[in-house]
Design a protein around this ligand. Structure first.
Ligand code: NAP
Length: 275
């Protein structure tokens, strides 16, 4: 299926690896130009090299003379005002003419809520609530004026099924979820702009590997045993892949998803037990 978004411009945050990279790759494979962002410049550049190769392949596979999508890498901390300014400046000015924005950054650390002070909460809210809101604010009016826009916020299945040790994430992401539920149904909905949240369950990324390692240390089991037990608890019997996640993201960004807005789309192999 042609997603109808070749030639559009996307900003994909937290895109040097993991779920953000999966989203950037799926978009480039549809001919979308991308500005990718993460903090570590070296890892980000490796990702850009891979994406340029993917884009060249897309261009050569087409029947017409298609130009490969551009890939611009901006190393910056997206959770800071300076980081967002750097991304927009490198990409051509405030708000640029982004047609698609995928918001993403690292999740807050797990722990006991008794240990979290105000600074810990402000950091979590900054990264996982206020940063996506700032990115939405900077881009949606331009999208509306052009009659097309797609925002996809990478949040977490913990929004639907909160996990006790992830209190910082539960709280900050729930704030974003409430905000999105309102703004997605504003005038923007009739102006071709959709805003949705994409909720990962367990996907095989570096972040998941870290949490498996922590669980193994805590329980005295091997990482492989923890991995097997966690996969067995998912109806699909496995973790998701970043390619699968990216494909869902690209569909939400497509012309075909124009009538989907304000949704929380869960991708978790059936792990959430509700209807
Ligand atoms: P990952 O593999 O660790 O990748 C995170 C990406 O975000 C990297 O490119 C990282 O690069 C970048 N990043 C982190 N902090 C950033 C910042 N402040 N500014 C710019 N880029 C930043 O993680 P992931 O598994 O893809 O997870 C992505 C998001 O989904 C996280 O918020 C995570 O909590 C959430 N999530 C993941 C899962 C899962 O199963 N994987 C499940 C539920 C929720 P740098 O470190 O170089 O900046």
């Amino acid at each position: 299926m042609d997603l109808g978004i070749a030639g559009k411009w996307a900003l994909v945050c937290g895109a040097s690896k993991g779920l953000g990279f999966g989203c950037a790759q799926a978009l480039v494979r549809e001919g979308v130009h991308v500005v990718i962002n993460a903090r570590n410049a070296e890892v980000l550049e490796q990702a850009a090299i891979q994406l340029r190769a993917d884009g060249a392949q897309w261009a050569s596979a087409g029947s017409q003379n298609q130009r490969a999508p551009q890939v611009i890498a901006v190393a910056a901390d997206i959770t800071t005002a300076q980081g967002r300014e750097a991304v927009f400046a490198a990409a051509g000015g405030p708000g640029r003419d982004f047609d698609i924005v995928v918001t993403n950054a690292g999740g807050p650390p797990p722990g006991d809520f008794r240990d979290w002070d105000r600074d810990a909460w402000i950091k979590a809210v900054d990264a996982n609530m206020l940063t996506p809101i700032e990115l939405i604010k900077a881009t949606v009016d331009g999208m509306a004026s052009r009659g097309f826009g797609r925002i996809v916020n990478i949040t977490s299945s913990a929004v639907k099924a909160p996990i006790d040790v992830l209190g910082l994430s539960n709280g900050a992401r729930s704030g974003l979820t409430g905000f999105v539920a309102g703004v997605a149904r504003s005038k923007l909905a009739a102006q071709g702009v959709t805003i949705n949240n994409l909720l990962p369950g367990k996907f095989d990324t570096d972040r998941l590997a870290t949490t498996l390692g922590v669980a193994a240390t805590k329980t005295g089991k091997s990482i492989e045993d923890v991995r097997t037990a966690q996969q067995a608890a998912i109806p699909a019997g496995r973790f998701g892949t970043t390619q699968e996640f990216g494909a869902i993201c690209a569909f939400l960004c497509s012309v075909h998803a124009a009538y989907m807005t304000g949704q929380n789309v869960l991708a978790d192999g059936g792990a959430f037990p509700g209807a």
